[in-house]
Design a protein around this ligand. Structure first.
Ligand code: SF4
Length: 485
């Protein structure tokens, strides 16, 4: 078996559910009924064997995953091995009653909630339980606020503002995701209407907006998409430990749980679905984001740049901006910069047409390395360093690397000083401009260094960025003097 090939496990720990959502097939499809669930020891063995082949991330899903009474133990075991864990619950309390425990131990803990209107909730979810879910939220929030997962359609888009306020009141992040069909050839009118409204909320505190996923959904059915990671980096397991092929959503065949994962991966049926030919055939019109998301990390292209921008913005908000009340953000100006950034990123030449195994295409020439993404030739040393990166997050010739250098040097100190009450006005000003700083840095960096057809006014951005960094340096020097007296 190939070492460290797989990265992610999607583990359907139960097909039972206490909800009856319109859009879900688990409770409606006879294929998902009456599956036995692995005993705890078997589940531990499955997790341990996945760890041995490289899995470092487990999404415990279902059905309603918390209905599996062993869930907390499974999470604890995975974490003891160093695997990151994620759970999404509908928040409806039930007799197993271990939501608090699971919230406390999962690395990522999410609550699905699309509306605060009881009738709408009942229509979407098929059960009259909104009041109970809100009670769950009240109980969890003071201990560990879950991330709210809101799927947005025409039915609930008018509630965006209200839902964001609700999340903010509970100090909970809210992930805004458009409704989409898994196998539609286009994202459809609904998705097209909803996406601009979601993007209009990207700079608000506590919101989480993933621009790369929205771009991906818009491009469903078009070429130039990342590959699906099913059976190449992601493995999917049924509650009884069976390996679901090619993925949960297509679910054509299963390799039954035998207790020996290595043997299961050696079966002809598994190999057939793991081949690249199958992936190409299957992925053209698919919109199942969890299977594509991982692929965004392995190719330096427009999707990755959108991803790096979105992720760093979320961190900025989570680590600093959400915690600083009263920042006055000029949303219109930021949206203007964002639309420029989107045009620049979309015009990137490099990408997925080439068949190559690295993070970007490169060719050695007499003068250096020519690539499909960088304007300049890379020196041998630059190229060697870039080759050391396991995925695009480890690259150095990218905007997020430049951004991290500055942010990691100044922001933690600034935030710590802010909490003492010193330099309040100055530090608020620094953080007030943090999102603009990020946007301008991405625009300038990509325009200058990458092969894009659309560019920004580099001089203008550079002048602004230099002034901002000067401010940070002045503050740092002042703060050092203050700290030493
Ligand atoms: S392309 Fe879609 S349907 Fe095909 S295996 Fe991947 S996630 Fe499943």
């Amino acid at each position: 078996m190939e070492e460290k090939k797989y990265y992610c496990m999607r583990y359907y720990v139960t097909y039972r559910c206490n909800s009856r959502c319109q859009y879900c097939n688990v409770w409606q499809d006879s294929r998902f009924r009456e599956r036995r669930e692995l005993e705890l020891e078997e589940a531990r063995s499955l997790i341990a064997q996945c760890y041995q082949i490289g899995v470092r991330y487990i999404d415990f899903t279902g059905g309603e995953p918390t209905l599996n009474r062993n869930l907390a133990e499974m999470i604890g075991y995975a974490k003891s091995l160093g695997i990151k864990t994620e759970v999404t619950t509908n928040g409806i309390p039930h007799s197993t009653g271990n939501l608090q425990e699971i919230a406390a131990c999962a690395d990522k803990f999410n609550l699905s909630l699309d509306t605060l209107n009881p009738d709408k909730y009942c229509r979407i979810r098929g059960v009259d339980c909104l009041d109970k879910v809100l009670e769950t939220m009240e109980e969890l929030a003071p201990v560990r606020p879950p991330k709210i997962m809101m799927v947005i359609s025409r039915e609930n888009v008018s509630e965006l503002e209200q839902m964001i306020c609700f999340a903010r009141r509970h100090h909970a992040e809210i992930y805004l995701n458009p409704v989409f069909s898994y196998f539609d050839t286009a994202c459809g009118r609904e998705c097209g209407t909803v996406i601009p409204q979601i993007i209009s909320k990207i700079f608000e505190p506590y919101t989480v907006v993933m621009l790369h996923f929205m771009e991906f959904l818009k491009n469903t059915g078009a070429g130039n998409r990342p590959p699906c990671s099913a059976n190449s980096r992601t493995l999917t397991f049924a509650p009884d430990g069976g390996l679901i092929l090619p993925c949960y959503h297509a679910a054509k065949e299963t390799v039954p749980w035998s207790g020996n994962l290595a043997n299961m991966l050696e079966t002809d049926v598994f190999k057939r679905y793991a081949y690249a030919d199958f992936q190409r055939e299957c992925s053209g019109t698919c919109g199942v984001i969890p299977y594509f998301g991982i692929s965004f990390n392995y190719r330096l292209d427009a999707y990755f740049l959108l991803q790096s921008y979105s992720e760093k913005l979320n961190h900025l908000k989570r680590d600093y901006l959400n915690r600083l009340p009263g920042l006055e953000i000029d949303g219109a100006a930021l949206q203007h910069h964002l639309s420029e950034l989107l045009s620049i990123i979309r015009s990137l030449e490099g990408g997925r047409e080439h068949e190559f195994t690295g993070l970007y295409w490169a060719e050695e020439t007499a003068k250096g390395y020519s690539t499909d993404v960088y304007r300049e030739l890379l020196t041998k040393e630059q190229y060697r360093q870039e080759q050391e990166a396991e995925d695009c997050w480890g690259l150095k010739l990218v905007p997020h690397y430049e951004f991290d250098k500055i942010v990691n040097r100044f922001y933690p100190k600034a935030y710590a000083v802010y909490q003492t009450g010193a330099y309040r006005e100055e530090i608020s000003g620094i953080f007030q401009d943090a999102m603009e700083f990020q946007l301008r840095l991405w625009k300038a960096y990509i325009s200058k260094h990458m092969k894009v057809a659309v560019v920004c006014s580099y001089e203008e951005e550079r002048n602004w960025l230099e002034r901002y960094v000067d401010r940070l340096l002045r503050w740092e020097q002042g703060n050092l003097r203050y700290a030493s007296c």
